[in-house]
Design a protein around this ligand. Structure first.
Ligand code: SF4
Ligand code: SF4
Length: 186
């Protein structure tokens, strides 16, 4: 069977003070879930140089892509960097090799959540969604503020329509999202 790992790294590679044993199925998983351009990356750095998120944080998208190519799966999946991307697509538009970087980030996020690496904030917000069908909880001060502005206390979302709320909650449950949120992060 064709292996997507980078040749020469199958037996492990040096990371800091230890030899890391790569998971060569990891790049293959990304490719099979649509990230077929992952292996085109030749590490030019255009993505990192274009990334607005990287300007404000230590996030380096080029490094994440390299780790993915090398099968450094657990580091990618557990990495906070994976969630620093705002999905602005600037890098993807500029990549000279046509790597679908942003789409690959989202594929890796899906893999991370399936592996139980969900960020605390996402568990919290996902919990609201799974419980109410809406991302933001409706709180007393917000209801009062709406009323003082002459608006209905409840915004015209699924929160105000029980029938639609049930339908949305059903979709969320049937797609397995509720269970994922319950499983939460590691
Ligand atoms: S711009 Fe494209 S080829 Fe260059 S490092 Fe980023 S992903 Fe790789
Ligand atoms: S899509 Fe993500 S990684 Fe790419 S430039 Fe925007 S924030 Fe950076």
């Amino acid at each position: 069977m064709f292996k997507y790992g980078i040749s020469g790294f199958e037996s492990g590679h040096y990371m800091g003070e230890s030899v890391y044993k790569p998971d060569n199925t990891f790049p293959q998983q990304i490719v099979e879930r649509g990230g077929t351009t992952l292996l085109r990356c030749f590490q030019c750095g255009t993505c990192t140089g274009s990334c607005p998120s990287g300007r404000q944080t230590a996030f380096r998208i080029r490094k994440l892509i390299r780790w993915a190519q090398l099968g450094i799966a657990d580091k990618v999946l557990a990495s906070e960097d994976l969630w620093m991307c705002t999905t602005c697509y600037t890098c993807q538009e500029r990549c000279p090799r046509g790597v679908e970087i942003t789409d690959i980030v989202m594929t890796m996020r899906n893999l991370a959540v399936e592996a139980g690496y969900m960020q605390e904030a996402h568990v919290r917000i996902g919990g609201f969604l799974a419980k109410t069908g809406h991302l933001l909880p409706l709180k007393e001060p917000m209801m009062k503020a709406r009323k003082s502005l002459g608006l209905d206390e409840t915004p015209p979302t699924v929160l105000a329509n029980k029938k639609n709320q049930e339908l949305v909650l059903n979709i969320i449950k049937e797609t397995g999202f509720t269970d994922l949120v319950k499983k939460g992060g590691k």
